[in-house]
Design a protein around this ligand. Structure first.
Ligand code: UDP
Ligand code: MG
Length: 139
């Protein structure tokens, strides 16, 4: 294990239901530290760029429309094994299949509006952090 940084997004469905504090609190309680954070709204073009890896998937257009539908809270989480730890705290992609006590189980609405995004590996963590933050915005 080593100290890692990962990108987290609190998605529009959770921001609109006033769950930023609830979700950040879960990360902090699990030992992850918020090293950077901001509220912003993606344009459709920026959402398409962020999710470019999924551009051939049937859900791509709907996902990008949803992710640009309102403000999101983006943060960098730091801690031991942060990338996989964040994925565990989030739970499975589909809230209906996510384990009890996970953010997606408790806060997600459906497989698209599932409350949070988290980087899935060291390479995506690096590129996704750089998508949203300059080095001098990360502490
Ligand atoms: N998604 C969707 N329908 C699906 C699968 C995924 O709308 O059948 C959305 C969902 O918001 C998910 C995102 O696309 O979080 C990215 O999908 P991925 O497979 O990377 O899941 P994640 O890594 O977010 O668990
Ligand atoms: Mg993913």
């Amino acid at each position: 294990m080593s100290v890692e940084k990962t990108l987290s997004i609190i998605k529009p469905d959770a921001v609109s239901r006033n769950l930023i504090g609830e979700i950040l609190g879960r990360f902090e309680a699990a030992g992850l530290r918020v090293a950077a954070g901001k509220l912003l709204r993606l344009t459709p073009e920026r959402a398409q760029a962020f999710y470019a890896v999924h551009k051939e998937r049937p859900f791509f257009a709907s996902l990008c429309a949803y992710m640009s539908s309102g403000p999101i809270f983006v943060s960098v989480l730091q801690g031991e094994n942060a990338i996989m730890k964040n994925r565990e705290i989030m739970g499975a992609t589909d809230p209906a299949k996510a384990a009890p006590g996970t953010i997606r189980k408790d806060c997600g609405k459906d497989v698209e509006q599932n409350a949070v995004h988290g980087s899935d590996g060291p390479e995506t963590a690096g590129s996704e952090i750089a998508f949203f933050f300059r080095p001098d915005e990360i502490f």
